[in-house]
Design a protein around this ligand. Structure first.
Ligand code: SF4
Length: 317
């Protein structure tokens, strides 16, 4: 798909765009199922990278509650709680530049094994990793690896200077080579242009295989980060981004991720209509507040949605 083709979709009148995305979604997926994923920050803060939006970068004074790598049993307890709350996927995030072959990585492998035994989809986001490390994770039972592109290739150096877009793409290739499913998306509201948003979707949709999962995040501006004064994106920008993602990658799970707390129920309903079919739930989305499981269950009831079970990555036709 060309950038122009994606731009033509992105710039459609909003109601036409939502209508088409909803149609694609109904034809490609079981639209009444929304997966609940829970995020566990297994190691928080102290990261050597300089991602301009991130409170976990050691160089920014954000007052974040820094903690070292959690113990395996702590993670398993949180995973059990999340499962009881309806989650079928756990995403374990560590604020690392890259995975190193050390005892911490061995502990992460144990966590993956233990959570996989709970019959939940296990996803990790641990920074850059080699093909060999990806294979080890796969062997431990990992289902997915998250590595976001964040923004377009052209805008990347405005947001992060400590690694390149090519590094990002290399890790995604290593993940694919290990036969893991890929979770990769980005953030809007970083000060990027609409062309950058389209550019990011262009890269994602032209990977050798569409990512199984694409998170669309709205920036949550955190005090102390270089982007602390960024204006919040409007719901219409989120819906436009979600709908375009749904149309160009019909079978991908489109995740309504960071920024959901600021959305009302009708706003979230619009996102589901436009094709979002996964939410992050639980008290915390890495380091920012997120609606609680109970609120989400009420929302599911009102909208007639049901939580999607684990390992149903193949959409129902
Ligand atoms: S690599 Fe991850 S944890 Fe580190 S600064 Fe960037 S987003 Fe934050």
């Amino acid at each position: 798909m060309t950038k122009q083709e994606i731009a033509d979709i992105y710039h459609r009148p909003l109601l036409d765009l939502i209508y088409e995305a909803a149609t694609v979604h109904r034809n490609s997926n079981n639209y009444s199922e929304v997966q609940i994923s829970s995020l566990v920050s297994i190691k928080t803060g102290g990261c050597s990278e300089d991602c301009a939006y991130c409170p976990q970068a050691a160089r920014y004074q954000t007052g974040i509650n820094v903690h070292a790598l959690m113990q395996v049993d702590e993670v398993v307890e949180l995973a059990k709680k999340a499962k009881n709350g309806g989650a079928s996927r756990i995403c374990m995030g560590a604020a690392w530049r890259e995975v190193r072959n050390n005892r911490d990585f061995d502990r992460v492998l144990e966590m993956v094994k233990a959570v996989n035994d709970l019959e939940m989809e296990v996803c990790c986001t641990l920074g850059m990793l080699t093909r060999e490390q990806a294979i080890k994770l796969k062997q431990a039972g990992l289902y997915a690896y998250n590595h976001n592109l964040d923004t377009s290739e052209e805008n990347y150096s405005n947001i992060i200077s400590t690694r390149t877009y090519a590094d990002r793409l290399k890790t995604l290739q290593n993940v694919r080579d290990a036969n893991l499913t890929v979770c990769s998306g980005g953030i809007i509201g970083l000060g990027e242009t609409e062309e950058d948003r389209i550019g990011m979707l262009y890269t994602l949709c032209n990977l050798p295989q569409h990512p199984e999962s694409v998170p669309i995040n709205a920036l949550v501006a955190i005090k102390g980060t270089p982007l602390e004064n960024q204006q919040r994106v409007s719901i219409w920008e989120m819906v436009r981004m979600i709908a375009t993602t749904r149309i160009i990658m019909p079978r991908t799970v489109v995740r309504l991720s960071a920024g959901r707390l600021e959305m009302s129920l009708p706003e979230q309903a619009l996102c589901f209509m436009a094709g979002a079919n996964l939410i992050f739930a639980g008290d915390k989305l890495l380091t920012t507040p997120n609606p609680s499981f109970n609120d989400d269950m009420q929302m599911f009831d009102i909208l007639g949605l049901k939580p999607r079970k684990a390992f149903k990555n193949e959409p129902i036709l």
